[in-house]
Design a protein around this ligand. Structure first.
Ligand SMILES: CSC[C@@H](O)[C@@H](O)C(=O)COP(=O)(O)O
Length: 362
């Protein structure tokens, strides 16, 4: 995908320099700033500190992080230590663990001297697959949107939560990929973007949509129910950080409430995610680890000061007790359909296995 001829890729690999460039998302939407990642420690920091974020992008970054680590130390203990360090950065997005497991399966049997070239190649393959899969999600989602828009006969009002656009992936995005496909195909679409407290990933979504010229409106998270009940939402589409084998979906905290409001108002609730987000080894949502993040994300509000410099304002004292779970689980029964690169399926074991029969263990 590109905007005004500029590619929207979030990762630039430099194999000859054993480095990658990433967008520092902690500085968006105020500044678009690229950062060079040269070491294993920098790669782990980029994921932990959410310079890169969004499940598919975390997975691709971890793969490149491992390639960078192999350049530092290609021995068996070096490989094991790098996998452990990267794997400990964030718990919920399964794409991280999926990418590391895929890299490990390839690299472990190789002699250390063969690992470097193979690691870069595999990281590249993971990144390219992500781009292709997200583009395919866009086309499958577009078919659903076309049908809904035909039924409505007016501008299609889609709501999303968090950021599941190109910033959260290597390119295209997951939930936003069908939105971009619809907009590019001339389908009239408007997006309700929920702010997504406390990290405000909705601001990233609004920034992306503005770059692409897609009409959108930011809302406080709590406004979603009112908009649904007053007939101003035709569909909700979100991404996912992990989809369990039974179709339960972990996504940014607040997603579950939107799914409940959708059910109460007969509004379709779609989840868009590539294969790397599906965890067939995880039986249901109860087994998905939910990341608890630093309470200061909640106690401090980040923005710009009068000189347009990044600034934090304290809204709660440091000793104020806060809970800050970053994700929640939407039960499969509340999900209208899952959109993957292979098509659209019901949120159920049978639905997922129909798309991925090779995952059937029977
Ligand atoms: C495309 S990933 C799914 C998203 O909806 C979302 O939950 C997400 O971007 C992950 O959250 P984040 O904590 O910003 O890394």
């Amino acid at each position: 995908m590109n905007i005004d001829g500029i590619p929207t890729r979030t990762l630039r690999a430099h194999p000859e320099q054993r480095a990658i460039d990433i967008i520092d998302q902690t500085r968006l939407p105020h500044a678009l700033h690229w950062v060079r990642v040269r070491t294993l420690a920098e790669a782990a920091h980029a994921i932990r500190a959410m310079q890169v974020r969004g499940a598919p992008l975390i997975g691709a970054t971890a793969a490149y992080g491992l390639a960078i680590a192999v350049a530092e130390d290609a021995s068996d203990p070096g490989l094991a230590q790098a996998i452990a360090e990267l794997g400990a950065t964030r718990p919920t997005a399964v794409n991280l663990h999926w990418a590391l497991a895929r890299m490990q399966a390839l690299l472990q049997p190789l002699a250390p001297a063969q690992r470097l070239a193979a690691a870069w190649q595999e990281a590249e393959a993971i990144a390219e697959e992500d781009v292709a899969q997200n583009a395919a999600i866009g086309q499958h989602g577009l078919a659903l949107f076309r049908q809904l828009q035909r039924e409505q006969g007016r501008v299609l009002n889609v709501m999303t939560h968090c950021n599941a656009g190109w910033l959260a992936t290597v390119d295209w995005g997951t939930a936003l990929s069908p939105v971009y496909a619809a907009h590019d195909a001339g389908l009239p679409v408007h997006v309700w973007v929920s702010e997504t407290r406390p990290r405000n990933q909705g601001l990233l979504t609004a920034w992306e949509l503005a770059q692409h010229g897609v009409p959108h409106t930011l809302i406080a998270d709590n406004a979603a129910g009112l908009l649904m009940r007053s007939g101003q939402v035709d569909a909700v589409i979100v991404g996912a950080d992990r989809i369990a084998a039974n179709g339960d979906v972990a996504n940014k905290v607040g997603t579950y409430l939107k799914a409940l409001a959708c059910a109460d108002n007969a509004i379709p609730f779609y989840v868009a995610a590539p294969r790397s987000t599906l965890d067939f080894a995880c039986p249901d949502g109860n087994a998905i680890p939910i990341e608890e993040r630093d309470g200061d994300e909640f106690r401090l509000v980040h923005g710009l000061d009068h000189h347009a410099q990044p600034a934090a304002v304290r809204q709660l004292a440091a000793e104020e007790a806060v809970a800050n779970p970053a994700f929640d689980v939407t039960p499969a029964a509340r999900v209208s359909a899952i959109i993957t690169e292979r098509g659209v399926c019901p949120a159920s074991r049978e639905g997922l296995l129909a798309l991925y029969p090779e995952e059937s263990r029977d």
